[in-house]
Design a binder for this molecule. Structure first.
Ligand code: TRP
Ligand code: ZN
Length: 889
């Protein structure tokens, strides 16, 4: 634990590393208590006179250092807490260092650590320095040859990046494996795995005709649960070949599931290590949304092989270069998979479902971040702890920025830009500007007014822009002027020198309907359109549209063409019309959300008076036979409490919880017979089917069940109980249990929870869900959570378990966590986690960094809890950065 004063790293401080390092050799003597590591590399000074050679190292026990074959006395090097400095006399040097680390004591899950009976590594961003002394920065790229030695009985399988060169038995029950990765890579992509696993293998033929071996490693006994992962991996390989023209560059590609893991997964070259939650799947234990998440994460890590590994980041300020781009790629992969085999309107609607889910995540996680003390551009200007910058902004807003580029260039030119990027930078560590330059070269070929100059500001400016829309319709001319005005106010740290920022390049997709809900064409610049992208590049711009037969109803920001907020007043009637008729499915969903949000946030009496328009719109949607069940389930769902909270000013959690409860009840009661009918109609008999259509039916049926239960309809709990007992898949079983946990009388609820626990106690990923459900139950308070923490199945050390109970309670149980007891519980858990795993603790610390936007007295109570954390002397750099930034704004 570090207690020194915070060090801020600035983007402008970048200095190239003074040495070239081409080939790294590593030898591991693996043991869970104590592993010995020998690292050997050549370091060639870039300049004519050698400078000190500074290596990173953390929590390593240094055994020996030799330079050019000579063992150095301790006086000839400087070993400090987090670094080792050598003083070479010549420009070409061979460095050899032996050190020891302690995997079993490593609770941070960074570096080399123990999970179950296995050993894993996690090196991004700065974990390699916990394994060996080395310049642990992404612009130092080398090939790696790795020798792994261990007791064969403990660790029969030994894996590292690249190709297996040899494996052999050694004496005294030991064995070794030698791996070589021919592609130069930064240290953050190094990985090793040791243990005993089930392996699923599949040989495939690549587009070029060459063969490749795909493998998924899981705990013994989990073989049956890796079929979906293998399928997703193969689909990923195919998709990258077909859509991006990018082929797998290795003979062998491995995925390994780990039960203790800080994030979703890690793209180590040829050896992806995954949180088991994003690998293991079986209908009886895995929900439909988890199946989708597994597909997305497997795609994401696989796609990193080109966007991240073949071309990597020059420094960590460029993180979005790989993450934003790779999230964009995984989103497109999932959308293409969902739309597979469909055409026309159906394909559009399937893609829209994915878009809706992604935008909901952006709004509930990234928009708040962009309005709080941690607000940062997708390319940050400074950081204290890089692991705090693996954020929704870098990932999700980063992906939105890439999507806007895709919108501006179109698929063909975007792909041409990607080819240009790889032609220029394959094998290099580069910057976001390098990527933009490659795309800009293609874009400029269209003509002098086409440039990404203004667009680049998205990489410099934090905050969610607001675009106000103004429509001036001229009835006599049958024409209209649409004016878009953007605002980019200071956010986060910028507010200290409050200034309005320059305008961004915002692609704003727009369409028009007439009063009957039909598409209304219009002329713009002499061409007829039904849908157009307006390129807003100045603070305010107007477009003149003609040949409008009547006053148009505007369909705005179609497909969510930019990560912004729109300001434009439309009446309930207009929103209802759009919700029923907009041919663009994203904007159609959006109209319904706006209408619902307006009613949820209106004063209670006026909201209740206006229920009829909601009920009528819902009814029309339910009866619209052209909508897919998956889409219908989205459009009939209320916005999440967290999204709603963002829109109350000052933020008032209890009001949001209450409003949502009341509206759910009203919609449930008002449409009860229709919910009943939907529930029956989408009930599926026979064997479980995993396809998108069946999953959509389950989502819709379970939504209907929820409305019925919320309304207190007498049969709802019986239906839920029957579904709970009869379900042949986890989606249905968990949905039913959720209804019981929310609405059943305590005895029934408790019995169902116990039954579920008994049934699934040996499946940790299912038990995570069991904890989550209880964490979010309306009658759960801190005492209840503390009780659950005493359950034998609970442990703070396993991040998935900590997330399922503590994070779920603090993030999603708004009613219960927003109490004095809730705040002290939160602070207490941040501190407890910080002793074990600072990265996870810092994520929990972020939950209330938005304290200043709450109403009183919440604001001052939260502030006191933050100050309590800040007053501790032993904080990690991770938690300290979050808490101090939250308190100084
Ligand atoms: N690069 C990984 C991804 O986006 C995620 C990652 C970053 C990570 N840091 C990590 C995973 C630390 C585990 C632990 O896919
Ligand atoms: Zn990633």
């Amino acid at each position: 634990m570090r207690t020194d004063s915070p060090v801020t790293i600035s983007r402008y401080d970048y200095q190239p590393y003074p040495y070239d390092i081409q080939a790294v050799e590593l030898q591991f003597d693996l043991d869970s208590e104590s592993s010995q590591v020998l690292i050997r590399f050549e370091a060639h000074s870039k300049g004519p006179t050698p400078t000190p050679l500074i290596l990173d190292g953390e929590e390593l026990k240094l055994l020996s250092v030799s330079l050019n074959g000579v063992l150095l006395p301790t006086t000839d090097f400087k070993a400090e807490e987090n670094s080792l400095t050598l003083y070479p006399k010549q420009t070409k040097n061979i460095v050899e260092i032996v050190s020891v680390c302690k995997p079993a004591l490593n609770t941070t899950l960074m570096g080399l650590y123990v999970s179950g009976a296995h050993l894993f590594t996690q090196c991004e961003a700065q974990g390699f320095r916990r394994i060996a002394y080395f310049p642990d920065r992404p612009d130092v790229m080398a090939t790696y040859k790795v020798v792994l030695r261990a007791k064969k009985a403990h660790y029969p399988i030994l894996l590292s990046n690249g190709n297996l060169l040899a494996s052999e038995d050694l004496e005294a029950g030991y064995h070794q494996a030698i791996w070589e990765d021919p592609f130069p890579k930064p240290s953050y992509l190094f990985a090793l795995v040791a243990g005993d696993f089930d392996v699923r293998s599949k040989e495939i033929q690549k587009a070029s005709g060459a063969k490749a071996l795909l493998q998924v490693y899981s705990d013994k006994g989990d073989y049956a649960n890796t079929e979906w992962a293998m399928q997703c991996l193969e689909n990923s390989v195919r998709w990258d070949e077909q859509r991006f023209g990018l082929e797998l560059d290795l003979d062998r590609f491995m995925i390994v599931a780990a039960h203790d893991f800080n994030m979703g997964a890690m793209e180590n070259k040829g050896l992806n290590i995954f949180n088991a939650a994003y690998v293991l799947a079986h209908p009886s234990t895995t929900t439909d949304s988890s199946y989708q998440a597994i597909e997305a994460v497997i795609g994401h890590e696989y796609f990193h092989n080109w966007t991240g590994n073949r071309v990597t980041c020059k420094d960590w300020f460029q993180l979005s270069l790989k993450e934003g781009l790779t999230v964009f790629r995984d989103q497109e992969f999932s959308a293409d998979m969902q739309a597979q085999g469909l055409d026309g309107v159906e394909a559009l609607s399937a893609r829209a479902v994915k878009r809706i889910d992604d935008v909901s995540i952006l709004r509930s996680a990234q928009f708040p971040e962009d309005a709080g003390p941690m607000a940062h551009p997708i390319r940050p200007e400074s950081y204290e702890e890089i692991s705090n910058f693996y954020t929704a902004t870098i990932y999700e807003k980063g992906a939105e920025v890439i999507r806007m580029l895709h919108t501006l260039l179109g698929e063909q030119d975007f792909q041409a830009g990607m080819r240009e990027y790889f032609a220029r930078h394959d094998g290099q560590a580069v910057s976001c500007d390098d990527f933009l330059d490659a795309l800009d070269t293609i874009y400029r070929q269209r003509g002098p007014e086409y440039t990404l100059e203004t667009f680049r500001r998205w990489y410099e400016q934090a905050g969610t822009p607001t675009v106000a829309v103004q429509l001036d319709y001229d009835e006599t001319q049958r024409s209209a002027t649409v004016t878009l005005t953007q605002r980019n106010p200071a956010v986060g740290i910028e507010t200290r020198h409050a200034h309005e920022k320059p305008p961004l390049h915002i692609p704003f997709r727009l369409g028009m309907l007439n009063a009957q809900g039909q598409t209304q064409a219009f002329s713009l610049d002499g061409q007829t359109h039904t849908d157009v992208i307006l390129n807003l590049q100045q603070s305010s711009q107007s477009w003149h549209l003609s040949d409008l037969r009547e006053r148009p109803v505007l369909s705005l920001l179609r497909q969510f063409s930019a990560p912004i907020k729109v300001e434009y007043y439309r009446s309930d009637a207009e929103l209802s019309l759009l919700a029923q008729h907009d041919p663009e499915p994203f904007a159609r969903w959006e109209a319904m959300q706006l209408l619902l949000t307006r009613h949820l946030l209106a004063a209670e009496h006026s909201a209740r008076q206006n229920r009829p328009v909601l009920l009528q719109t819902f009814l029309a949607l339910i009866q619209d036979k052209t909508l897919s069940p998956a889409y219908l389930a989205r459009i009939l769902s209320l916005p999440s409490e967290r999204e709603l909270l963002e829109q109350t000013r000052p933020m008032n959690p209890q009001r949001v919880v209450q409003a949502k409860r009341t509206l759910q009840q009203d919609l449930g009661l008002g449409l009860a017979p229709y919910w009943q009918e939907l529930y029956q109609y989408h009930q599926q008999s026979g064997a479980y089917q995993s396809d998108a259509l069946s999953a959509g039916k389950r989502a819709l049926k379970n939504l209907a069940l929820n409305y019925l239960a919320a309304a207190g309809v007498s049969t709802a709990l019986q239906l839920a109980l029957r579904q709970f007992n009869d379900a042949n898949n986890m989606t249905d079983q968990l949905a039913a249990l959720s209804v019981l946990v929310h609405y059943a009388p305590p005895e029934h609820k408790q019995a169902a929870l116990e039954q579920f626990y008994t049934q699934w106690q040996h499946k940790p990923l299912v038990i995570d869900r069991w904890f989550s459900l209880q964490a979010c139950a309306p009658d759960t308070d801190t005492e209840k959570v503390r009780g659950l923490m005493l359950h034998p199945a609970f442990t703070l050390r396993n991040p998935n378990r900590a997330r399922s109970l503590i994070f779920q309670f603090c993030i999603n149980n708004l009613g219960a966590v927003h109490t004095q007891a809730g705040y002290s519980f939160w602070a207490e858990q941040v501190l407890a986690l910080d002793k074990l795993n600072p990265e996870i603790a810092a994520r929990l610390a972020r939950v209330f960094d938005n304290w200043a936007r709450f109403e009183l007295p919440i604001q001052s109570e939260l502030k006191a809890a933050l100050e309590h954390i800040a007053a501790q002397t032993q904080l990690s750099a991770n938690v300290r950065e979050i808490i101090l930034k939250a308190l100084t704004l």
